[in-house]
Ligand binder design. Structure first.
Ligand code: GLC
Length: 651
């Protein structure tokens, strides 16, 4: 089929046009053909997104042309070895949906000391079965407080404390050899106040002032504030900061030293496209689009999830498909359940924006059901969650380096007879350890008295009760906490999508209260769950009878079971099942090789469910895949406390 755009692209590719000619001249004819074919395939998505945002600008035709020249140049510069990688990935564009994919998330310095140290520990990851590694911010950051690296001063330099660009290239080559994909953060909502763009803006350079949202007086900031929430109400109240040097109010959604970028300015778009290609050429496979929900501002709204966010992502995504098809995007949009699906694409943008997005709702519901021992809210919330396009995946997780915000939808809560507000309050109380009988040891993060919002910091094992049980020398409690942790991970590994193991959870590492001793960390208690890897503890995974061995081995077993279960492919739908027991959570994954029914017990009592659930789905001869054993189909099947079962038809 020929699209009208084809002709335009052919015209632009005419070798007599000098700028194109120059960019593509050094390539072989077949390489030029790859580029042209991809350009023709994705130019529609590219221009659709790009013109939705910048189409009204004067000189738009010149911008379009500039964009195409940039793509040709980036393609010509793409290292040969990565072009081969692109070709291989093009044969399997659904690679990230495969049940073989298992992710691990760590800070380079906390995991390995530096990039070389990370390289030295790759056997540990391979032993677990990990083939996707998210190394948290490692680009050059401000020296002072830097929000864990999310205040970048140079997107083309590595933080000298962890290495340099050569070390990154070396690491990414080793990872590729092992079949491990590398994920890095792309902080696109803001830069550090010390980034050269901000430095120039502070020095009143109008070109760079236009990179930011700067205001001479409080009129507009006050107008925006009326509908803006606060992300860090304790540490950084308000969304604007007075900058004395420039004599302007600057938009700073997060900390005062993180300056929000102005994406209405196409120069910002071009800057980031070039940064993406620069880092992709160093071997990055997945870009985590940090705080993407915030990049577009609109008066009278909460300035999150605006339609332009998705148009911009679509344009960036199409550009990357043309130049570097091995690369995918992951949206870090920690937003309400109803806003989430748009990050994977709804309507015309389905499958054209990010390939991956954090399943924040699943994470919240796991902790909610563990606290209440009741799965009705979870069943409701996950049933009504808008569906994702089949070509995309969730990234599923139990914990990450951030706090947990209780993204419980009021309507979902009401549908199961709960008050959303009261339930959120309960969850904060429970995980802060205030609620009578709570086993959790979390810390309240950024309490907001205006909204009653209290988010929670804490390591998974501490939130699951292990810290308290160990302190009390309570062997039963230790056992139950480990089962809670494994239950959470079983759901993360079995729900659908790329599961992410957060560093230390594989060893049930606890809260690290020493964070208060570290310069710049005292005021941010998220550091309580960002420990340094304890390699002595890791070594105990090999010693029989240790807690570490118990957790690590059980997790490894789950990973192996996942890898041999085709139903867990992310493209397979998830049908959340209603069933007769409010302590159990169940879903079916229909698949050409036969269905899988997964059942999870969220209580510390044995729980039963009707065998009818399996029969209805056509499983008459059940086989449990985690423990790898046949199960007798009875009227009522039983799960021990916190047990999980992945059931398929035997044979
Ligand atoms: C993301 C990061 C978080 C950071 C914020 C601002 O949400 O995960 O750690 O504080 O962005 O960059």
């Amino acid at each position: 089929m020929s699209y009208p755009l084809d002709r335009e692209v052919d015209h632009l590719l005419n070798p007599h046009r000098s700028d194109w000619g120059k960019a593509l001249a050094g390539l072989q004819a077949c390489e030029q053909d790859w580029f042209t074919a991809r350009l023709k395939r994705f130019a529609g998505d590219l221009f659709d997104g790009f013109s939705a945002v910048y189409g009204e600008r004067a000189g738009f035709q010149a911008l379009r042309h500039r964009l195409l020249v940039l793509l040709a140049g980036a393609f010509a510069d793409r290292p040969k070895v990565l072009r081969k990688h692109d070709l291989e990935r093009s044969m399997r564009p659904d690679w990230f949906q495969d049940p073989h994919i298992v992710g691990y998330v760590a800070y380079a310095d906390r995991f390995g000391g530096d990039l070389k140290g990370v390289r030295d520990h790759l056997d540990y990851l391979s032993e677990m079965g990990v083939n996707y590694l998210h190394l948290m911010p490692l680009l050059k950051t401000r020296e002072d407080e830097n929000d864990g690296g999310y205040a970048v001063t140079d997107y083309r330099e590595i933080d000298p404390a962890v290495g340099d660009l050569r070390a990154l290239e070396g690491l990414s080559a080793s990872l590729r050899q092992r079949g491990i994909s590398l994920c890095l953060d792309l902080v696109i909502n803001h830069v550090a106040r010390e980034h050269p763009w901000a430095v120039a803006a502070r020095a009143r350079d109008p070109r760079y002032q236009a990179y930011f949202h700067m205001f001479e007086d409080r009129v507009l900031p006050d107008a925006y504030e009326r509908s803006l929430p606060e992300v860090f109400p304790e540490a950084a109240p308000g969304n604007f900061t007075w900058d004395r040097m420039s004599g302007r109010w600057v938009w700073t959604t997060f900390n005062s030293y993180q300056w929000d970028l102005n994406w209405t300015n196409p120069e910002v778009f071009f800057e980031f496209l070039e940064i993406i290609f620069f880092l992709a050429a160093k071997g990055v496979d997945i870009f985590r689009l940090d705080a993407i929900a915030f990049i577009w501002k609109r008066l009278g709204t909460d300035c999150q999830n605006q339609p332009e966010v998705h148009a911009i992502t679509q344009a960036l995504r199409a550009a990357v498909r043309i130049v570097a098809p091995a690369v995918v995007f992951k949206a870090e949009a920690i937003v309400g359940p109803q806003q989430l699906a748009a990050y994977l694409g709804v309507g015309d943008r389905a499958g054209k924006v990010s390939d991956l997005a954090y399943h924040n709702s699943l994470m919240v519901q796991i902790w909610s059901s563990l606290a209440s021992r009741d799965t009705r809210l979870m069943t409701q919330a996950l049933r009504v969650l808008p569906k994702k396009p089949p070509s995309t995946s969730w990234t599923t997780y139990l914990r990450c380096h951030d706090d947990i915000g209780w993204a419980i939808d009021d309507q979902d809560a009401a549908a199961v007879g709960l008050s959303g507000e009261a339930h959120r309050r309960f969850l904060s109380d429970y995980y802060a350890g205030f609620f009578p009988g709570s086993h959790a040891r979390g810390l309240v993060f950024q309490e907001n008295p205006k909204t009653g919002d209290r988010r929670i910091s804490g390591a998974a094992a501490s939130l699951a009760g292990l810290e308290l049980a160990l302190e009390r020398d309570d062997a039963v409690g230790v056992g139950l906490s480990i089962e809670r942790l494994l239950l959470g991970y079983a759901l993360v590994l079995g729900f659908g999508g790329v599961p992410l193991i957060y560093m230390g959870d594989e060893l049930a590492m606890l809260n690290d209260y020493d964070f208060v001793k570290e310069e710049g960390h005292q005021a941010d208690n998220r550091w309580v769950h960002r420990p340094r890897m304890d390699w002595a503890k890791a070594a105990r995974r090999l010693k029989k009878g240790t807690l570490e061995q118990r957790v690590f081995t059980a997790l490894k077993r789950l990973i192996q079971a996942r890898k041999s279960t085709p139903q867990l492919c992310a493209a397979t739908p998830v049908w959340v099942e209603g069933q007769d027991n409010p302590h159990l959570f169940a879903y079916t994954r229909p698949h050409p090789t036969g269905p899988l029914v997964a059942v999870y017990n969220f209580s510390e009592e044995p729980q039963g469910f009707s065998g009818d659930l399996l029969l209805r789905r056509g499983i008459t001869n059940p086989f449990e895949r985690i423990e790898s054993r046949a199960i007798a189909l009875e009227d009522r099947l039983w799960l021990p406390p916190y047990a999980r079962m992945w059931l398929t038809h035997a044979g």
